[in-house]
Ligand binder design. Sequence first.
Ligand code: SAM
Length: 247
Amino acid sequence: THFGEEIVALEDKQGLVNKVFHDVADRYDLMNDLMSFGIHRLWKDAMVADLAPPRTGARGYRVLDMAGGTGDVAERIVNASHGYAEVVVSDINADMLRVGAERAKSWRFPAQASFIEANAEELPFPDRSFDAYTIAFGIRNVPRIQQALNEAHRVLKRGGRILVLEFSQVDVPGFDAIYKTFSDNLIPPMGRAVTGDAQPYQYLVESIRKFPDPARFSAMLATAGFKRVKAVPYSGNIATLFSGWKI
Ligand code: SAM
């Protein structure tokens, strides 16, 4: 049936994504810096500034950084909270988490992080257990995006916030052509130079093109139950920061 084929295709997608991040885990941070000229750091700083995690409180502040990979968003959140926030870094890929857990030993506040392997589509956390849910450059890799957003809504407390940082389509005249040339002609060879294989990077470029546009993705956040959904473009639309509240 058509339905059956769709499921198989989605499983294939997760398998391919898992292979990409298994292969690149040890060089992932270097790869990110090379491919974005270090700009991913500024976007992540801006994301965490928008979250503005509290530095004190009576009840603690728990964040789930989903598809958290090597933990760089989590580290920024903990630092911004001066060591007050507790972050669960969760990812489907054990290799990425292993690199992240190793790196976390040299954080300023190493005790504030924990690392848990999980699929964003099916979270092993109880309802209403987090104050914030963050996901940076992760949601586009998840086969069933709506299901992951529904899960995010479920695990957030009332008054909790979701922040999604993701690549989008560059539509600034002139810049769009440059960006396309860069994506098609430089990203896969850079991937080959660092990991020995270009094909997975071709997949990453395509996954950015297939990702829903900001209006559609905002509608998916609303469908999951989020209110006051906002989309803020970064760097000529290379990336977008989406946010919403569980009220
Ligand atoms: N958040 C990190 C960052 O911004 O550098 C890592 C982003 S990396 C591009 C994407 C991550 O999504 C990978 O670590 C991958 O293992 C993870 N991922 C892919 N599919 C997932 C799923 N279904 N559930 C949880 N994580 C997933």
